[in-house]
Ligand binder design. Structure first.
Ligand code: HEC
Ligand code: HEC
Ligand code: HEC
Ligand code: HEC
Ligand code: HEC
Length: 455
């Protein structure tokens, strides 16, 4: 009896094993199988090629170099932008990615990261969501390889080995927001409504055939001309869907809530690609025509005699009206170094400075979404403590008001000159990579002579 029961159990377990083996073949992760809800994911570049195992694989899946043969201009323009070096940027991005691993992931108690060997794709997606969305199509080993290269780059910089640092930087630059990110992978957002972007297809403004090798079909992307194409990565605010929300750029949020809501009609592509015909050279601060168009500023100065108790003293007022004509807040919240500075200075004819004051415009992010402390890098930032950035379409008034020592020595024969000075007004945005010393990018500059004399 016990034997029979035993026998039956053995048979039953064997059956279970067979069934399990059958079910597992059905579930085997394979490049040709759909793993997602909806129809057609298996035709995408990621599914067809399978998960990338190395940086080199991932770079090859989304390589832009073959497009350069025919689209020379677009390629050259793109190469000038930070899209072509999206995890390096000016160098600061790679630095902050490394800081995120060292100062964030490795120090936080619950991240599961103590060493590079613990890093997974999900950890880096906190930044790669926008800096390298295709990292989602890679195995965890690629995330670890990226972090190892970041470490090498930092180590090389520390020992002043420029060649090794450059080698690491070039490896990081092989991963970028290339042609196939905007014209394939991220060209369709509503995949159940419009279909998953397919391998072999280029998404642009129309349907047809395409002569590029490996990409023979042209498809119309429903969002190629829409701001949301850029909005995917240019920030709504905190990324609340993440396990440990990060916040970097918030510009798309201000585009929706402060520009479109006030009647603004232009798209990102209108101002950043079509206007001035810059095409794929989507650079903001390095485009002189664009920054000249950013602000409308009126400066009014006037001087008069102020009776201060018993004495008349020269007094000067500088009145400013600043209007942001961009399609979003200025500056973007991307870095506190990236601040906008208004400075008003007054000098006498002999060069002596008699007045100087500065005002800072920027979003002040909150530290990890709590309290009254400012967060600095994207991995600390979520929420806002204070916001003095310039909102689009909303005029800001600033008044500077100061008195001077009377300067009667300067009086001429028939006039009693009390003061003559030059007032300088500049509005500039700093370069984040060298903010302390940076002359920055000048958005507005003027000087006015103010004369206060007795008539
Ligand atoms: C052999 C030359 C060649 C190569 C290589 C090539 N293209 Fe093209 N591409 C063309 C031509 C020609 C057209 C115009 C087709 C038309 O207007 O019918 C075109 C059209 C396009 C368009 C659509 C433009 C529109 O009107 O909306 C995009 C986007 C594009 N290519 C991107 C790419 C990308 C990305 C690559 C690299 C993966 C690439 N191309 C490689 C020749 C090429
Ligand atoms: C929601 C998308 C998004 C996320 C998530 C994101 N970034 Fe960014 N980041 C951007 C965009 C877009 C820019 C450029 C915007 C600009 O210049 O105004 C940028 C700029 C930066 C810059 C400034 C580069 C410079 O030289 O000015 C740094 C540094 C940076 N990101 C680091 C990070 C790190 C580290 C993380 C993760 C902890 C992260 N970002 C997460 C989209 C994002
Ligand atoms: C950041 C997203 C983005 C990247 C990266 C990008 N494109 Fe585009 N591309 C666009 C958008 C948006 C348009 C449509 C512009 C418009 O509607 O005015 C466009 C238009 C085009 C067109 C149509 C004709 C034209 O020049 O306007 C071609 C061809 C093209 N891209 C090729 C490329 C190639 C080649 C690369 C890589 C070197 C590339 N694009 C990288 C967003 C991108
Ligand atoms: C896949 C994500 C992604 C998409 C889509 C995207 N961007 Fe970006 N963009 C970035 C990232 C990330 C950076 C910053 C890289 C860095 O410096 O670290 C950036 C940088 C920029 C900058 C440079 C800012 C400066 O300092 O001058 C401009 C301008 C810009 N993008 C405009 C656009 C426009 C316009 C579109 C749509 C046509 C667009 N981007 C689409 C991710 C994206
Ligand atoms: C009405 C025109 C206009 C529209 C619409 C517009 N921009 Fe801008 N953008 C500008 C101007 C002008 C600047 C330069 C101002 C500055 O930052 O100093 C700028 C700056 C930027 C910067 C650099 C910000 C910084 O602080 O360095 C980025 C990134 C950017 N725009 C991306 C976008 C994206 C993405 C969209 C769409 C969601 C968009 N812009 C819509 C005009 C526009």
């Amino acid at each position: 009896m016990t034997r029979r029961i035993l026998g039956r159990n053995v048979l039953f377990s064997a059956g279970l094993l067979l069934l399990a083996a059958f079910v597992s073949t059905l579930c085997l992760p394979g490049p040709a199988r759909a793993e997602r809800a909806g129809i057609g994911w298996e035709e995408s570049i990621a599914a067809k090629k399978g998960k990338a195992k190395t940086i080199a694989d991932l770079a090859a899946y989304y390589d832009s170099s073959s497009c350069a043969t025919c689209h020379k201009e677009a390629h050259a323009q793109w190469q000038n932008t930070s899209h072509s070096a999206s995890i390096v940027g000016t160098g600061r991005t790679a630095d902050v990615f490394w800081a995120f691993v060292q100062e964030g992931l490795m120090k936080w108690n619950h991240s599961g990261v103590k060493a590079i060997a613990d890093v997974r794709v999900e950890h880096l997606m906190e930044c790669a969501k926008c800096h390298l969305p295709q990292l989602a199509d890679a195995e965890d080993g690629v995330a670890r390889e990226i972090v190892s290269v970041l470490a090498e780059r930092q180590g090389a910089a520390d020992r002043k080995d420029a060649a090794a640092a450059e080698k690491a930087t070039m490896k990081l630059k092989s991963l970028n927001i290339g042609c196939l990110i905007c014209h394939n992978r991220n060209a369709v957002m509503h995949k159940w409504a419009d279909g998953y972007p397919k391998d072999g297809e280029i998404y642009g403004g129309k349907e047809g055939t395409h002569p590029g090798p490996g990409f023979t079909v042209l498809k119309k992307s429903p969002i190629m001309g829409e701001s949301i194409l850029c909005g995917q990565c240019h920030g709504l605010g905190p990324n609340l869907e993440m396990a440990n929300p990060t916040q970097c750029t918030t510009l798309y949020g201000s585009y929706i809530y402060a520009y479109r809501s006030q009647g603004g009609k232009e798209s990102c592509q209108d101002c950043h690609m079509r206007r001035n015909k810059v095409g794929h050279e989507t650079r903001a601060l390095y485009d002189p025509k664009l920054i000249q168009s950013a602000l409308d500023v009126k400066t009014v100065t006037h001087g008069f005699f102020w009776r201060d108790n018993r004495q008349y003293v020269p007094r000067v007022i500088v009145d400013l009206t600043i209007l942001n004509k961009a399609g979003h807040a200025i500056p973007d919240s991307v870095s506190s170094n990236h601040r906008l500075l208004l400075s008003v200075t007054a000098k006498k004819a002999d060069g002596t400075q008699v007045f100087s004051q500065e005002k800072v415009y920027m979003q002040v992010p909150q530290y990890l979404g709590r309290g009254n402390k400012m967060g600095r890098a994207a991995y600390e930032k979520t929420g806002v403590v204070e916001d003095s950035s310039l909102l689009p379409g909303e005029a800001v008034h600033e008044k500077f008001d100061f008195t001077l020592e009377p300067d009667e020595a300067a009086a001429g024969k028939n006039r009693k000159l009390f003061s003559e000075l030059e007032v300088y007004v500049t509005i500039r945005q700093l370069n984040p990579d060298d903010a302390q010393n940076s002359a920055g990018h000048t958005l507005y500059q003027t000087s006015r002579t103010v004369t206060i004399e007795e008539r």
